[in-house]
Every structure is written in C-alpha cells, then in structure tokens.
Design a protein around this ligand. Structure first.
Ligand code: ADP
Ligand code: NI
Length: 216
C-alpha cells in the first residue's frame, strides 16, 4: 500500500474514533478494530483491493441507524469527508456500496463486490466465538433481558410482547442468530475462522447448561 493510501487509512481511523466516542450499543471503536483485523486476515487470502476492504471495514458502522440519529446527514458528512481526502469518485462509490449492503438487518442476498463479502464475513465473525458471547450478554444486559429462561412458555393472559420479552434472552440469541452465522460465510478463510468460533460456542453452551442444572 503506498504512503498516500496508508495516510488516508490513518485519517479514517481518527475520523471513526471521534464518531464512535460516545457509542454504547456494541459498535464501539474496539468492534471496528476487531472487524478491521478480521477483514485484513481474510483479504490476504482473496484477490481483492485490500485498501477498499480496510476502508469499508473502518467505516462500516458510522452511518448505521444504530450509531447515528440522522442517517441522511451522516451520509452527507461522510461523503464530504471522503471527497476532502481526495479519494476518487469510483472508490467512494465502492466504499458506500459496501457499507450500504453488509448489515445483518438488511439481509441483502447479493452483495456488490467480493470486497463487500470479505467485510461482511469480518463483521459476522465479531458476533460469534468468545467475543460474540461477550457481546450477546452485554446487549442482553443493556436491554434488561435475562441470560436464560429454560421454561418460557406462553401463559394465559400473556400479551405477545410479554412472551417475546421472556424468550428474548442472551442464550436464545445464540439460536436465533449466532449459531446460524457459520453457514452464511462468503469466503473460505472466513468459514475457517467461523468454524473455530462456532465450535467454541458449542462447548460454551454445553458447559453453561451443565452448570445451570448443577451438574458441573
Ligand atoms: P450487527 O448489525 O453488528 O450484528 P446488532 O446491533 O444486531 O449489530 O448487534 C450488536 C451485538 O449485539 C451483536 O454481537 C449481536 O449478536 C448482539 N445482539 C443483537 N441482538 C441481540 C439480542 N436480542 N440478544 C442478545 N444479543 C444481541
Ligand atoms: Ni459492525
């Protein structure tokens, strides 16, 4: 990577750190740091533009509605900022195409580039394994959810919301999302990393249930 490109990466790190300073929804700077590292590791094994991958990984959450109240003005701000870095329109387009499509929530079936697939794998990897477990419990805690509810069942007079709240536990999130991510990996290296993290979660759950019932 040439000096100019390296320099833009450093400027972007600064920009993102400032944007996420007050972030409390599990998308803090260290999430970005880990996703960038995952993305670089995967990009090393793929025929992709490593700079685009790193830039998109750095910027993948800054205009998300989880992180900003005003998505539209955040987009404009990011666009202006990227233009000020003298990044070409083509590259700016490529970066936006990635960050607009990779989110789990959007669930796009087809991504715009191999670079997007790499960044999506990198983001998903941060939701599984030891880190994913930590994030799941942090999220549940922040919402006042239980860690686990072994005998949730619909009761008479219970509203749908009450039932959903009772079943929306940190452990339930493993089954709803975390254990499904391995099979969704786009790249071979992403899959290899996911397998290891997936196995760790399986082992974790086994121990969790054993301890839950006083059998460990
Ligand atoms: P992302 O788009 O990065 O996956 P989310 O806001 O959906 O972001 O999730 C942030 C983190 O919180 C992730 O690690 C995710 O697995 C976890 N999380 C999301 N929803 C829940 C939930 N209902 N219970 C526990 N953890 C959750
Ligand atoms: Ni993310």
């Amino acid at each position: 990577m040439n000096d100019r490109r390296q320099n833009i990466i450093q400027e972007t790190e600064q920009f993102v750190q400032t944007k996420l300073e007050t972030e409390g929804s599990g998308h803090d700077w260290w999430h970005i740091y880990r996703v960038v590292n995952n993305a670089k590791q995967i990009a090393d094994t793929e025929a992709v533009d490593q700079w685009i991958v790193e830039m998109a990984a750095l910027l993948h959450d800054v205009i998300d509605d989880k992180v900003t109240h005003d998505v539209e003005s955040s987009r404009v701000e990011l666009l202006t900022w990227l233009k000020d870095q003298h990044i070409s329109y083509q590259q700016i387009d490529d970066i936006f195409a990635i960050i607009d499509t990779i989110s789990f929530k959007h669930g796009y079936k087809t991504l715009p580039s191999r670079e997007a697939e790499v960044v999506q794998d990198a983001d998903r990897l941060d939701a599984i394994g030891a880190i994913g477990i930590a994030r799941s419990f942090t999220y549940a805690g922040s919402k006042g959810h239980l860690i686990h509810q072994p005998d949730a069942s619909p009761r008479a007079n219970m509203t749908a919301d009450e039932y959903r709240n009772e079943t929306n536990t940190a452990i339930n999130h493993f089954y709803e999302k975390l254990l499904t991510l391995k099979e969704k990996m786009n790249t071979a290296e992403g899959y290899r990393m996911a397998e290891k993290r997936h196995q760790f979660m399986e082992t974790y759950l086994e121990q969790f249930y054993a301890e839950w019932d006083g059998k460990a």
